[in-house]
Design a protein around this ligand. Structure first.
Ligand SMILES: C[S@@+](CC[C@H](N)C(=O)[O-])C[C@H]1O[C@@H](n2cnc3c(N)ncnc32)[C@H](O)[C@@H]1O
Length: 281
């Protein structure tokens, strides 16, 4: 009953919430806690696995993929492990994040990843047409304004060449403040710092209309999938390219999924269901 009420409340609210800008870069304890949570058997890890699976379908055959706002690279390292033929470049503005990303890379033994300190609205250290894929996970809402969001996509268009694979996921701005309370309540078991980051991210999210405008800036064949009813998460994705069963990928992926507890496996399944309903295949 509580779930139905929450969905109806969001569906019938007319106006979007006002965006509340989140502090751009994460530092210190925030960084350590975020990384530890993404490394452990957690809801965040389940989300990383879900995105790694679907992003890999779009990046099949890519030579160089950039990750915008890679943070501690838990997500990026998973993607790199599953796609050893691709070279990944993680970009972040937070020195603390990049230090930890480097440490996480060294302890993982994964070599097809490097990191660059840069602002994703500028990508000043990256050459034109130097990538064929772009990835980003829950980072775009950190930029301050709509203008900055579009600056990111102008840079994406500049650094990409070829068929241009894209996989970008982020939160979507909700309509009713109680929807935010509801989503936080669903995550009551998660660590406090993570819940705070989740709250701030939901408040800072851009609207679906903002993301739809990206079609005018990035010239490639991507679709936007978003959770229906409670519309809080979106994925921009170019078509899946995998044509044949890749045994190595399946084995590595299944090994990672097996590490999830039943509770977090359920989070993975919930995400799969929400996006299958929205047409992700
Ligand atoms: C919530 S974390 C996401 C990290 C990672 N993508 C993940 O999925 O776990 C957002 C990251 O974006 C970075 N960030 C925010 N604004 C940025 C900017 N303008 N340029 C580069 N990185 C930025 C932050 O430092 C942080 O590491």
């Amino acid at each position: 009953m509580k779930h139905i009420l929450a969905i109806l409340r969001e569906l019938f609210s007319k106006k979007l919430l006002e965006r509340e800008i989140e502090k751009m870069v994460m530092t210190g304890e925030q960084v350590l806690s975020y990384s530890a949570y993404g490394e452990a058997d957690s809801a965040l890890r389940a989300a990383y696995l879900f995105h790694a699976y679907w992003a890999s379908q779009s990046f099949s055959g890519c030579k160089r993929v950039i990750d915008l706002g890679c943070g501690p690279a838990n997500q990026l390292l998973l993607l790199a492990k599953l796609n050893p033929q691709t070279h990944f470049v993680g970009v972040d503005l937070s020195e603390d994040m990049l230090k930890l990303a480097q440490k996480n890379k060294e302890s993982s033994g994964i070599n097809n990843v490097e990191f660059v300190a840069d602002d994703i609205t500028q990508l000043s250290k990256l050459a034109d047409k130097s990538f064929d894929g772009v990835f980003s996970s829950v980072a775009l809402h950190h930029v301050s304004t709509e203008k900055d969001l579009y600056a990111v996509f102008n840079q994406v268009e500049r650094v990409l060449s070829g068929p241009k694979a894209l996989y970008i996921t982020d939160f979507i701005l909700l309509k009713n403040p109680k929807s935010i309370d509801y989503l936080l309540e669903l995550n009551w078991q998660q660590p406090e710092l993570f819940r705070l980051e989740y709250l701030n991210s939901l408040k800072a999210a851009f609207s679906l209309a903002h993301f739809k405008k990206v079609h005018e800036l990035v010239h490639t064949d991507f679709k936007i999938y978003h959770t229906k009813l409670a519309n809080f998460l979106m994925i921009m994705k170019t078509p899946s390219l995998t044509t044949e069963e890749n045994m190595n990928f399946s084995q590595l992926f299944n090994d990672e999924v097996r590490k999830l507890s039943i509770k977090n496996l359920q989070t993975y399944r919930d995400l799969s269901l929400m996006f299958r309903v929205s047409g992700l295949k």
